[in-house]
Ligand binder design. Sequence first.
Ligand SMILES: [Zn+2]
Ligand SMILES: [Zn+2]
Ligand SMILES: [Zn+2]
Length: 152
Amino acid sequence: MEEHLEKLRASGRKVTPRRKAIIQLFLQEQGDLSPQDVQEALSGTTGQFGLPGIYRNLEILTTCGILFRVVTYGGERRYALCKAGHGEGHHHHIVCIACRKVGKVSDCLYKDGMMVEGFRLVSHIVQLNGLCESCAREKNDLSALQELRQQG
Ligand SMILES: [Zn+2]
Ligand SMILES: [Zn+2]
Ligand SMILES: [Zn+2]
């Protein structure tokens, strides 16, 4: 929690009970959440949470690098907690397509300003999607089971 609050302070934002409650929720969840999920989870705990306020706080926490916007196929707005420490450099995120668990990827080929295929790179948006270790294992177990069934 403390390293997340550090990011908040470093960007000149106030640590408020609501922001703390939102970070706490993401720490518990491991995966990504929509603003509606956040509202539902926090309703009752810190008084009345209006959706516009939640949107605003989620965007502020994203600007500080505490959260990041997950790229979803349907374009739905979802956020997840960034695992990088305060002051840690350039990185991307990897999301498990099965359980929505999130990881951090530090290797990146691209540097904004470099030439790529004759283009001067201005920015790049990269999200890796995969299966986490436990989901991959589960999937393997399942396909092994299906194979057995087909053989039987
Ligand atoms: Zn991150
Ligand atoms: Zn998973
Ligand atoms: Zn990159």
